[in-house]
Design a binder for this molecule. Structure first.
Ligand SMILES: O=C(O)CCC(=O)C(=O)O
Length: 240
């Protein structure tokens, strides 16, 4: 069930699209169980628990894993699933090449990630982010938020994020007139967002619900690397 023509139009106009039920709830549960088991094995290369100024953030106990496809067969299989590859290729209008995998656990009380454009991290275009919900994802658990049509305004400046709610230290400065919108998702629903669509999340304010997500990034086969203008890359914000 790859992206339809209507999905492509929505993505082009708004900068994101949700493909409901791209993965089944059973597949989402399998991913969840798999990554909890991997996490329980202990530290993995590239673990990121967020800025150190909030030592009580449970994300430090459940750090985000990265590039699992390099050492875990199932991650590679899920990240190259034809449902994602065909959809990402149609949305970018360029054959999709997988470049990054991540699993963000966001346990109860876990911080979110300051809003940003992915091209403020990965300076390649076209780029698409793919976010598979592994749990029910709503406002309370710190669902994904997006800024519709922000992909049309070019690269935005960055500033220091509020690290009491963001586990990363930089965020995009969103121009006036744009709105931050939450995206409700069920396990298996998959959000595709343009490399310049501002997105991120707030904290999980529940005491007992997790918000796990499998996140991958793809570039177009014909993507070009670009030099970020001063003040538009997350590395241009001082690390805490
Ligand atoms: O999962 C989140 O809360 C944010 C993820 C994100 O912004 C990203 O992977 O680029």
């Amino acid at each position: 069930m790859a992206a339809t023509k209507a999905d492509v139009t929505h993505y082009q106009d708004e900068g994101f699209v949700v493909l409901k039920g791209l993965f089944t709830p059973d597949e989402a549960a399998q991913m969840r169980d798999h990554y909890m088991a991997l996490r329980a094995e202990g530290p993995k290369p590239g673990d990121f628990g967020g800025t150190k100024d909030q030592p009580d953030d449970p994300t430090h106990q459940y750090p985000r894993m990265i590039q699992m496809h390099k050492w875990d067969k199932l991650s590679e299989q899920w990240a190259t699933d034809p449902r994602i590859i065909e959809s990402a290729s149609a949305l970018m209008d360029d054959p999709a090449v997988m470049i990054q995998t991540m699993i963000y656990f966001k346990p109860p009380g876990g911080r979110g990630q300051g809003i940003h454009q992915d091209e403020q991290y990965i300076t390649m275009d076209p780029l698409v982010g793919v976010w598979v919900a592994l749990d029910k994802s709503d406002k309370e658990v710190g669902q994904m938020v997006v800024v519709p049509r922000s992909h049309q305004v070019g690269m935005l400046k960055v500033q220091e994020a509020d690290t009491s709610v963001s586990f990363t230290e930089a965020e995009a400065i969103v121009p006036d007139g744009f709105e931050v919108v939450g995206v409700d998702m069920e396990p298996g629903d998959t959000l595709f967002f343009h490399g310049r669509c501002v997105h991120g999340s707030y904290a999980n304010v529940t005491k007992d619900r997790w918000r796990r997500s499998f996140i991958c990034h793809y570039i177009g086969e014909n993507a070009k690397k670009f030099e970020p203008e001063k003040g538009t890359h997350v590395s241009h914000v001082k690390a805490k």
